[in-house]
Design a protein around this ligand. Sequence first.
Ligand code: XMP
Length: 305
Amino acid sequence: MVNVQKFIDQAIQQIRQAAGDDRVVMALSGGVDSSVCAALADRAIGKNLMPIYVDTGLMRKGETERIRTLFGDLNLRIVDAADEFFTVLEGITDPEEKRKAIGEKFIRIFEREAKRTGATKLLQGTIYPDRIESEGGIKSHHNVGGMPLHMEFAAVIEPLADLYKDEVREVAAGLNLPVEIQHRMPFPGPGLAVRVVGEVTREKIEIVREANAIVEEYLVEEFRPWQCFAALIGQGTGVKGDVRLHGWIVAIRAVHSRDGMTADPLLLPYEVLGSMASRITAEIPGVARVVYDVTPKPPATIEYE
Ligand code: XMP
């Protein structure tokens, strides 16, 4: 981007003009796009910004607390919706059905909460590649989490609509957002649910959340992958103490990629892999084994579902 400061000034003007004196609602996920949007809108319209963070129960470790610390000064609504999500996911094993159920639930909760704010306008962190996808019919426009909103808004404000991801990261730096947000890895809308193969339960999500935090601790700073995470892919036998158990199998995935369309696994040192395996099996009671996924995309996808 040529001039970050100029972009920031113009975006603030644009939001101010589009919002007028009205309240503006947005879904804040903690990713770089929505965080940049919130920071710009905070400067533009202050108390008329109504960000909503839906805690689906499927978020990474510490995510809700991070959001509270960062954006707690805004009119932030934190919606604890974990029960609703776990209920709706009961018994679903098909990956597409799982994604649909989560998207649908998210959108209904967002609509319900958006109505409560009295906002008449919507702010979205849509970036340029999202628009291309949407024009190609992959994603529907004016959506939050992949599903169309049933609500009518007087205006939809998209200040990042002409930017690529790396430019959004530059703006994040220009706004002095924490480095951790500037460099945030992509995280799928359905959250940890697509990192549990088969039916999602609270227990499995807890395991994958803990394992994921360990993987991030080892790999994010030192190896700077496009994405790294843990997934719970099945069960196998193990022995812990003197007890034989039918435990969980955790897969570690760490890939380089340019745009997520193709990806290659990182060639990680064996000591690092071994050390992660030891920590994950020692610290997470039900886990019996850890494997490293060496499959590129294609033929595998980056996520497991
Ligand atoms: P796959 O698994 O298809 O993922 O190779 C490619 C990239 O997209 C991310 N991903 C998502 N991002 N909503 C998102 O915003 C989603 O539903 C979603 N599913 C996958 C994935 O993390 C990877 O970076």
